[in-house]
Write a protein that binds this ligand. Structure first.
Ligand code: SAM
Ligand code: SF4
Length: 373
């Protein structure tokens, strides 16, 4: 059973697929034979994406670009990375087609990320189109917030339900140190506008780092006092071309939790999303705080995520290099059914957890900006 997608029509099943490496080196590409005489029998579970471990995937995260207007030291070197030329990245029409296919397979939630999605020129029209795709129930954006003041109203009007703003410090000098750019006021302005105009969900993602911003955990919690905001403390992950990973800045979820409990002994546990394992509210505060063990990876059993890279690869796990080149499949004229089958195959073989995923590869991606986080 392992390796096959249940419910596939005989003859169209992945094990009969002609596997061949197309264009880019090691990427596994599954080329299916064209559908001929008989139409596919739609299996009972044919309209959901699931894996061999019983997980169902209904959340698609799309990196719309690789480029960014910041240079966070844990993400990109100052000079940037070897950005893909635009023709290698998905077009807006291609992204829309893939979202429609994913929606027909049960995807309900979309997140646009990057690179920096707010510098993607067609983001607002893209979101407007996505909002009308049958089945899509919510649209979210993860942004560094620099352009949010300019774009928040358009994003809301286009149909965005939630914005996650990445902000690691409330100090100007540290902001410049971590992002290698100026702009803290702009990000804070974007955050307060997002809260004011009424997005259903506003979150702040803070990558917590030892001897850098650990002492700001309390200040970030205080943001939740008067604001309907979720502040999430995130573990640093080893995706960076400049190896900040090796500088001792990693701060584990356990230590973040310890700090939270010592600052706020009265913290109440509440519920959160699938990857928010530890979610709390300070009694009397309007917002919530969460700790995301993104390196410790203790939430993999609840994972419901599919990732699509800017250059059109389906990635079934943040930590897995086993990517599926849906861009070339699409550009070679594949029908929606074939593309859907690649989604199903990609997710079916998802490793049990991020630790198992690492065993299968060498982490060839230089930066989180290519995957979208
Ligand atoms: N540019 C947007 C932003 O910063 O929100 C979207 C893309 S960014 C790659 C998405 C998320 O990944 C951000 O919250 C960022 O902090 C996080 N990220 C990037 N590199 C990381 C790393 N090495 N460890 C932990 N989080 C990281
Ligand atoms: Fe840009 Fe986001 Fe990476 Fe920072 S984390 S460099 S804002 S893509």
């Amino acid at each position: 059973m392992a390796g096959t997608v249940p419910g596939e029509t005989p003859g169209l099943a992945p094990q009969s697929a002609e596997r061949q490496a197309l264009s880019e080196g090691d990427f596994m590409v599954v080329r299916q034979k064209p559908i001929t005489a008989k139409p596919a029998v739609i299996p009972s579970n044919g309209n959901i994406l699931l894996d061999q471990h019983g997980r169902v995937f209904d959340y698609l995260r799309i990196a719309v670009n690789e480029k960014c207007n910041l240079r966070c030291i844990y993400c990109m070197p100052e000079e940037g990375i070897d950005f893909k030329p635009v023709e290698k990245c998905l077009t807006t029409d291609e992204i829309l087609r893939l979202i429609s296919i994913a929606a027909s397979l049960g995807v309900r939630k979309i997140r646009f990320t990057g690179g920096e999605p707010l510098i993607y020129k067609e983001l607002v029209p893209l979101i407007r189109e996505v909002a009308s795709i049958p089945g899509i129930k919510s649209i979210h954006v993860t942004t560094n917030g620099l352009l949010l003041q300019k774009m928040a109203e358009d994003l809301l009007a286009a149909g965005v339900d939630g914005v996650n703003i990445s902000l690691d410090t409330l100090h100007q000098d540290r902001f410049e140190e971590i992002t290698r750019r100026k702009g803290l006021e702009k990000v804070l302005g974007g955050l307060s506008l997002a809260l004011r105009i009424g997005f259903p969900s506003v979150k702040v993602n803070m990558v917590a780092m030892r001897s850098f911003n650990e002492d700001e955990i309390g200040d970030f919690v205080e943001l939740t006092k008067e604001n309907h905001l979720a502040v999430r403390f995130i573990e640093l992950m080893p995706f960076d071309a400049h190896q900040i990973w090796n500088t001792g800045k990693f701060l584990g979820a356990d230590r973040i939790l310890e700090t939270l409990h010592s600052l706020y002994p009265q913290l109440n546990r509440v519920t959160g999303s699938a990857t928010e394992e530890h979610v709390f509210r300070v009694p009397g505060f309007k917002g919530k705080v969460a700790v995301i063990p993104s390196f410790t990876r203790s939430f993999c059993g609840n994972c419901n995520r599919i990732r699509l890279t800017a250059d059109g690869r389906i990635r079934n796990c943040l930590y897995s290099d086993n990517e599926f080149n849906v861009r070339d499949l699409m550009r070679n004229g594949a029908m929606d059914e074939e593309i859907g089958r690649m989604f199903r195959q990609a997710m079916w073989v998802k490793p049990k957890d991020g630790w198992e995923a690492l065993k299968t590869n060498g982490n060839h991606r230089e930066s989180m900006t290519q995957i979208g986080g």
